[in-house]
Design a protein around this ligand. Structure first.
Ligand code: PMP
Length: 313
C-alpha cells in the first residue's frame, strides 16, 4: 500500500478539505472566520471535547439522514461534564446547527462527516470556563470502506487515571497521532493501541471487533476504549440476528488467530481488516458481512433497524 492510499483511507484525509462554510459563534460563517485566540485554553491546553457524526443520503436519493444525533449530543455532554466544560447549546439548538451546516454544504454524490467541537474560548484552570460550539462538515465517498492492513502500535492507550479514554477530547488523540505516524512508516493504514496491561484497547479512531468460533468479541470500555455509539449499534444488530456478542478483555495474540476483524466507529463504519502485523486474516468474513448488511440497510433507509435512529434534515 502506498503512502497516498493510506492517507486517503484515513481520517487525516478530511483535513485536506476546506469546506466553504463552518458553524461557530452561533451561526454559519465562511471557513476563514473560524479562528481562536492563541491565549484561550482550547489552544494553550488543547482543551475541547468533540464528536464525529455521519450523515448518509437515503436509498431513495431525496432525503439526507444523520445517524444517532441524540446519542452523539449526550456523549458530548458527558465528555464536557468530565472536563468541567459548560454546555453552550441545547439538544434542539445542536440538531438545528448540524442540519443548517449540512444543508449549506451537501451535494448529491457525497455523504458527510460532521465534527462537532466545544472549544474552550474563555476561562483559566477551570474558573470562568466558556465554550463555543464549532461544526465543520466534510464530504465522504458513498462507498463502504475497503479492507485495510493494521498494525499493533508500540504506543500505549492511557488509562482512566491519566487521560481517560471515555472522554472524547483532542488531547486523547496525541497518542493516536504517534501511532498513526508509526503505522505509516510500517505500511499500515491504522494501528491498534494496547492498554497498560498489554491487552487490546482500540484503534486510533475506532473500536476493535473480532470473530472467533462464530462469536463477536470486543474489549469492554474499562479496557481503555471510547464508549462507542457504533459498537452499541453492532451489539443490537447481533442480538437481532442471533449472533453472540461478547464484551471481554482481548489478548494481542487473539487478534492474530481471529477469523474476522473489523474496526468499528462512526467514520470507520465497519472497516474490514485484511492483515494484522505480519499475520494474514481469512479472506471471507461471513459473520461481520451479515452485520454489515444490516448496518448499511439501516443507515441508508432501505431496511430500517431499531438499533439505528436516523434524523432526516
Ligand atoms: N474510539 C476512538 C478513539 C474514536 O475516535 C472513535 C470514533 N468516535 C471510536 C472509538 C468509535 O466511536 P463511535 O462509534 O461512537 O464513533
Amino acid at each position: 500500500m502506498t503512502t497516498e492510499t493510506i492517507a486517503q483511507n484515513s481520517l487525516s484525509a478530511l483535513g485536506l478539505q476546506q469546506p466553504a462554510w463552518v458553524y461557530c459563534r452561533g451561526d454559519i460563517r465562511p471557513w476563514e472566520e473560524a479562528t481562536l485566540h492563541i491565549s484561550c485554553e482550547a489552544v494553550t491546553r488543547g482543551l475541547n471535547v468533540f464528536e464525529g457524526l455521519k450523515g448518509y443520503w437515503q436509498a431513495d436519493g431525496t432525503q439526507f439522514g444523520i445517524v444517532a444525533i441524540r446519542r452523539h449530543y449526550e456523549r458530548l455532554t458527558h465528555s464536557a461534564k468530565l472536563l468541567h466544560i459548560p454546555i453552550p447549546v441545547s439538544f434542539v439548538a445542536f440538531q438545528d446547527a448540524c442540519s443548517r451546516l449540512v444543508r449549506a454544504l451537501y451535494r448529491p454524490d457525497q455523504d458527510m462527516w460532521i465534527r462537532a467541537t466545544l472549544y474552550v474560548i474563555e476561562g483559566h484552570w477551570g474558573v470562568g470556563t466558556v465554550a463555543d460550539l464549532v461544526l465543520t462538515a466534510y464530504h465522504q465517498p458513498k462507498r463502504p470502506p475497503a479492507p485495510i492492513k493494521v498494525g499493533v502500535s508500540t504506543w500505549q492507550r492511557p488509562s482512566d487515571i491519566s487521560v481517560p479514554p471515555r472522554i472524547k477530547t483532542s488531547t486523547n488523540y496525541q497518542v493516536a497521532r504517534l501511532a498513526r505516524i508509526e503505522g505509516r512508516s510500517r505500511g499500515f493504514a491504522d494501528m491498534i493501541l494496547l492498554n497498560q496491561f498489554g491487552r487490546v484497547a482500540e484503534s486510533t479512531g475506532a473500536c476493535v471487533l473480532l470473530v472467533r468460533d462464530g462469536a463477536v468479541i470486543t474489549p469492554p470500555a474499562y479496557e481503555g476504549r471510547l464508549e462507542s455509539i457504533t459498537l452499541g449499534i453492532v451489539r443490537d444488530i447481533c442480538h437481532s440476528i442471533s449472533i453472540p456478542f461478547i464484551e471481554r478483555p482481548v489478548d494481542r495474540t487473539e487478534l492474530y488467530l481471529s477469523d474476522e476483524i473489523r474496526l468499528v466507529g462512526t467514520l470507520a463504519e465497519l472497516t474490514p481488516v485484511s492483515q494484522i502485523d505480519e499475520y494474514q486474516l481469512p479472506t471471507s468474513s461471513p459473520i461481520t458481512d451479515s452485520i454489515a448488511t444490516k448496518f448499511w440497510g439501516a443507515v441508508r433507509g432501505s431496511a430500517p433497524h431499531p438499533a439505528i435512529d436516523v434524523t432526516f434534515i
